[in-house]
Design a protein around this ligand. Structure first.
Ligand code: GLA
Length: 702
């Protein structure tokens, strides 16, 4: 039993190492009274009155599970409802609990309106994760407008917390920033129509982990929202002396009318506590994602090495040229060959074609068959790029259905990357896309799809809805996208789907539920990528992170040696994007060698446990270690040598103390015990600019 109740007052969510305790006192307000290391004797929490600071009113000073706007509370709430008569608060008249083995529901009923909130909890005991979500039900006849319906609220006692989230933009995703929340509040959000490249729909709260760098120590409270759309996370230092955290669908430009008898389910948040620092947080969440979130077909299998044509041929796709790439890719050991943008009708550039998901007969006179046969013939699988939610004005689809986009009738429609957003809230739009893409997947030998989304949303109006309902369109759009991907996955369960949104604009647990992998950034610069990959890995598993070698490191124009670039890409799920038709045979041979090595360690990298040993953010080197069954892979990167000091000492983690490990360092075979490697460490010489090493440790007699 991981959910326990005591005297209708105390409810405990018990995981292997943690306890989350809720108390429902005489005031009928569910309050979080403890979240931390496991405490077994839950009756100890009973009978204690909430200490209200002098001159402060409850419920403002309670760490409420669901503070609803209104009443005597002035902190951030996680719900705001407006009843038909204009009353804008919710007051609990009755509360009762329903418990099961690993589930709890606290049902709160309003004292006079026919309206209730179900606070839902599920415990994942082994993974030390709790799931929180909520359902609101209008059990009467008059409509109720939800103006804010977040998924969860958390409260941590005391002050002095830091909040870590990410900042960024296209090509610069996952820049981690940790700030002390001393007064006021910090808001992380997106109203871009999807998660976007800046903040991420998560919270990570700790008490000062960044300086000095202490990856594996310290208390951390964290949570991640299963939603791909507008989100908001607020972390607030409440004057009553605690930290208030709310997270859910963004309430900016949001309103949802619940007609009589209707209900609304807010997406789930997966949350946890550890005293083992960011490292343990990552281990728990990576494990949890693999076991409970990722589409099950591929969650436990390593991803294939892929080739993607984008950086070589961009829109200039020609069948013969692609076949030449196929042959060269196969010789490198590539297992999945992907044609990116540019394969469909009219797609000569980014101003035309989106919406018309038909093979361009000018580029492929006999359809895709000659290409897919060449791919299969060489033992690889074939994949394509699509961007289903979009349409270019220059397309057959837009000419036929100019009303299928979001628009204000009185204004010129805004464009991003020369494209409009299709109104995914409409059934006929979703059905057109489902049919068109189903035909594409059924008629061709396609086993992978890269699903892109290259502009942010604006002017959410339409949907065949009256104007007063338009604020619901952001969420309806997200539900529409979910429907489309679910429908395609059901019809084509063997197809592997990758999420991309101009790089890392759709990295979230909502997308993880439906996609097998992410493209975390269009920035393939091997040095920039180290930072992006490090921070990405806080809550997202390596198995889920594509990383490619490309020719042109794009953003920064740096010249970086192949070894460093390959090592950087081998830290994730490896892909190759170099223009093989213009790469020398010698270099191709070299790449082939790295691909072979990668295949030898990929189970460890993609499915093993990750240790971020050192970071260039606060050290001279970056060092990432992966520990799998009987093997560990350690990547070490030096961007530039400092003060003529090439010697670095690295202590490893996660090995077995008594085991012996064999590895080769600078052409010498070395055998050391796990205890030695974890306590005394290994000395390495890295010199000059962009030096790197990969050490593969094999456990002897594992
Ligand atoms: C986006 C993606 C890229 C590539 C291009 C194609 O920018 O992030 O990887 O697929 O679109 O147009």
């Amino acid at each position: 039993m991981s959910v326990k109740g005591y005297e209708n007052e105390i409810y405990a969510l018990q995981t292997r190492h943690t306890s989350y305790i809720i108390r429902v006192g005489e005031d009928r307000i569910p309050e979080n009274v403890y979240w931390g290391k496991r405490i077994d004797r839950i009756e100890d929490f009973a009978g204690e009155a909430s200490p209200a600071p002098v001159n402060m009113q409850a419920p403002h000073c309670l760490r409420e599970e669901c503070a609803s706007f209104g009443g005597m509370r002035f902190k951030e709430s996680s719900m705001k409802v407006c009843f038909a008569d204009g009353v804008r608060d919710f007051r609990v008249g009755r509360v009762y609990a329903e418990t099961e083995e690993n589930r709890l529901e606290l049902v709160l009923e309003d004292e006079c309106y026919p309206f209730r909130v179900r606070l839902c909890y599920e415990v994942f005991e082994e993974e030390d994760v709790i799931k929180k979500w909520r359902i609101v039900e209008n059990t009467g006849e008059a409509p109720v407008v939800l103006e804010r319906i977040f998924s969860a609220q958390f409260g941590l006692p005391g002050t002095g917390y830091e909040s870590l989230n990410y900042n960024g933009r296209w090509g610069m995703e996952f820049q981690a920033v940790s700030e002390k929340i001393t007064s006021g509040k910090k808001v992380y959000e997106s109203f871009h129509g999807l998660t976007a490249h800046g903040n991420n729909p998560v919270f990570i709260v700790h008490k000062g982990l960044e300086e000095p760098f202490r990856e594996n120590q310290g208390e951390v409270w964290f949570g991640s929202l299963e939603y791909s759309g507008n989100f908001k996370t607020i972390v607030e230092a409440v004057d009553a002396g605690f930290l208030n955290i709310v997270i859910g669908i963004n309430d900016t430009d949001f309103a949802w009318t619940l007609k009589g008898g209707e209900s609304f389910e807010a997406p789930a948040v997966y949350a946890g506590y550890t005293d083992g620092g960011l490292e343990d947080m990552s281990h728990r969440m990576h494990r949890f994602c693999r076991r409970h979130l990722m589409p099950s077909g591929l969650a436990d299998k390593p991803l294939p090495v892929l080739y993607n044509s984008w950086y070589s041929t961009t829109f200039d796709v020609k069948c013969e040229e692609q076949i030449a790439l196929v042959e060269k890719a196969a010789r490198l050991g590539v297992e999945l060959f992907v044609v990116d943008d540019g394969w469909f009708v009219g797609r000569e550039h980014d101003r035309a074609g989106l919406g018309d998901w038909y093979v361009d007969r000018k580029k492929f006179p006999q359809g895709l068959k000659p290409l897919t046969e060449a791919v299969r013939g060489l033992g690889m699988r074939f994949g394509l790029w699509i961007e289903p939610e979009m349409v270019n004005p220059e397309s057959r689809l837009y000419r036929l259905h100019p009303d299928w986009i979001y628009r204000y009738q009185t204004r010129e429609v805004l464009m991003g990357r020369n494209q409009y957003i299709l109104d995914m809230s409409r059934q006929e739009v979703r059905e057109y896309l489902a049919e068109c893409l189903d035909t594409l997947l059924s008629e061709n030998d396609i086993s992978y799809i890269k699903w892109d989304m290259n502009r942010y949303a604006s002017e959410m109006a339409g949907g065949g809805l009256p104007a007063q309902e338009w604020k619901s369109l952001w969420h309806r759009h997200s539900l529409g996208v979910q429907w489309l991907i679910n429908t395609l996955r059901e019809k084509h369960p063997k197809v592997e789907f990758e999420a991309c949104a101009a790089g890392g604009g759709r990295v979230d647990y909502g997308a993880m539920r439906r996609f097998d992998e992410y493209w975390p950034s269009d920035n393939t610069d091997p040095l920039d990528r180290l930072f992006i990959q490090e921070n990405y890995s806080h809550l997202y598993p390596v198995r889920y992170m594509r990383a490619w070698l490309t020719d042109d490191f794009g953003m920064d124009g740096r010249k970086i040696p192949l070894s460093f670039a390959m090592h950087s890409a081998m830290c994730g799920s490896l892909g190759i994007g170099t223009d093989l038709n213009r790469t020398s045979e010698e270099k191709r041979e070299e790449i082939k060698g790295y691909v072979e090595t990668y295949k030898h360690i990929r189970n460890t990298v993609q499915l093993g446990e990750l240790y971020r040993l050192r970071s260039l953010k606060n050290s001279d080197i970056q060092c990432v270690q992966y520990v799998g069954d009987g093997q560990s892979a350690v990547f070490v990167f030096l961007d530039h040598e400092r003060y003529g000091d090439p010697l670095q000492r690295i202590t490893l983690r996660g090995l077995k103390e008594e085991s012996l490990y064999r590895f080769v360092l600078d052409d010498r075979e070395i055998v050391k015990s796990g205890a030695y490697l974890m306590q005394a460490g290994i000395g390495l010489r890295l010199c000059g600019d962009y030096d790197s090493r990969l050490l593969i440790l094999e456990e002897i007699n594992a």
